[in-house]
Ligand binder design. Structure first.
Ligand code: ADP
Length: 167
């Protein structure tokens, strides 16, 4: 599907309607992609996030993007991988689904996802990619208003996995 793209880059460099942040429950910043987004956006983002009172795992909230080139940031919280019997797969699917619904509600036409939960949260990368691709594909089929979804692959392993799975 040509509305799905892969890019190996730092997500903070992209100029789209929205980028998704793999945040934690506090929404007050952290390491990895979350830290990179907060550093590039500047203190206004943290201030807006403080007023959101956190976010449950699998849910998503939206803010402005401040110093980032994109217009909006969708903050979602993926699950920490804990062996696989704690609804991890369902919660990761929810994080993608809820981010996509929020993008649509806010009239965002071009968005990008990082590989949620596959860093510090240790979700197995292939399993995560299969869930991410399947959620995005079925959403795009139902919603032609969403013009493109970019999977930002930061590490070589995810790049290889996404290239293989998306052909
Ligand atoms: P999580 O806690 O959800 O696992 P991480 O930020 O630790 O979140 O990792 C999620 C994914 O984001 C990892 O695949 C990591 O390689 C990637 N990543 C880290 N920094 C960036 C960045 N600046 N842009 C895009 N992806 C990034």
């Amino acid at each position: 599907m040509d509305r799905i793209k892969i890019e190996q880059t730092d997500i903070t460099r992209l100029k789209l309607d929205g980028i998704v942040n793999a945040a934690n429950n506090s929404l007050l910043g952290g390491g990895g992609v979350d830290g990179a987004i907060h550093r590039a956006a500047g203190p206004g983002l943290l201030e807006e996030c403080r007023a959101l009172n956190g976010c449950n795992t699998g849910e998503a909230k939206i803010t402005g993007a401040y110093g980032l080139p994109s217009r909006k940031v969708i903050h979602t919280v993926g699950p920490v991988w804990n062996g696989g019997n704690n609804k991890e797969e369902e919660l990761l699917a929810d994080a993608y689904k809820n981010s996509l619904h929020l993008a649509l509600e806010e009239n965002l036409e071009t968005i990008a996802f990082p590989n949620i939960s596959t860093g510090v949260y240790r979700f197995p990368k292939e399993k995560a990619a299969r869930i991410a691709i399947s959620e995005v594909r079925s959403f795009l089929e139902k919603h032609p208003e969403l013009k493109s979804v970019t999977f930002v692959v930061f590490d070589e392993e995810n790049l290889k996995i996404y290239k293989e799975m998306l052909g």
